[in-house]
Design a protein around this ligand. Sequence first.
Ligand code: PMP
Ligand code: GLU
Length: 405
Amino acid sequence: MVREETINHEFISFISKRVQSIKPSQTLVIDAKAKALKQQGVDVINFGVGEPDFDTPGNIKKAAINAINDGFTKYCPVAGTPEIKNAIINKLKRDNNLSYTLEEIIVSSGAKHSLYNLFQSIINDDDEVIVLAPYWVSYTDMIILAGGKPIIIQAYDENFKITPKIVERVLTSKTKAIIINSPSNPAGVTYSSEELKAIMQICVKNKILVISDDIYEKLVYGNFKFTSVAAVSPEIKENVVVINGVSKAYAMTGWRIGYAAGPKNIISAMSKIQSQSTSNASSISIKAAVEALNGTQECVEFMRKEFEKRRDYIVERLNAIEGISCRKPDGAFYVFPNIKTLLGKTFNGKTISTDIDLADYLLDVAKIAVVPGSAFGVEGYVRFSYATSIENIKTGIDRMEIALK
Ligand code: PMP
Ligand code: GLU
């Protein structure tokens, strides 16, 4: 018999060191906080999460309803049905001029899941993955969970771009991969095909895998033309894994469909992990994603145009606030204003020393949710997601102006 007094519960932790070394996704934490306040009746404006406010288009919803009514509700192939894989292959050909075969595609439960499976597939203990700050919050923790080491590098300037020079500076014998996210979360950074080509040359020469996170490819503005890294020259395809999904372009965040396209051996490794963990992504969501990719693309252009108007509006409004300077990004649905001038100042009796203080203050006083830059590896900035209505943006920034007077 175990005597109760011999067990000191305080010192028992069943949690692995690996899990103890990561933190929850800060974007999702802030989103949950904003939604909880809203439920309590607090009128919060949520600039926190990167989630289109539009409803999923009707033709896509109908495809899912048909899937249910037709009994397409059973297990399906782990890496996705031939139908969805062919829809992805056609999309990659049509939009990105990339050619892939069925064995080079895997469908997962969101692009986040695709990235998770990818890191688990390629990383040996202490392998290094180059991540440019500001980075999407999940990259670094997913790398750590796989036993790897994120090599976080700060950009030289507010363009927040990775350059061949930077890559060369941080290369070691342990460098396994580099992440390119264009347009980027959180700063909306985009790369031209010339810039991508120059980075790729270094990566190919040094046998580094390039992870091209193209999730925001459809959300580009002005004259910017999106190029996927894999498309910059034909010989580099073997060095690239393309990550994409339907969440952002088709307002399908809750459906959880993402995919990866890349060398057969990597895709097969990802599929092995998936077969021992989650199995296929939801069969119903797969049918919806087939319709999203094969059906009319008018909804994508409609939402893109709306986002562009919101970007123009929020950038103008933010730049009109004393102490804030905001670059106009070419893509995604985030702005990442510099708030360094506000640090050290006191508003309504509260001194703002860090970007975290500012985000807390804005939530408490202005009732607007934003994510501090430090969550993305860069201090002195905050991220606004403008995937919310112009009315909400107007009200939110009005309140912010008052709170910072
Ligand atoms: N990559 C980036 C840069 C993102 O911002 C997101 C946002 N969720 C994802 C991947 C994952 O998207 P999802 O899992 O919804 O497909
Ligand atoms: N990627 C979005 C964001 O950055 C969704 C939340 C998440 O998955 O982190 O807000």
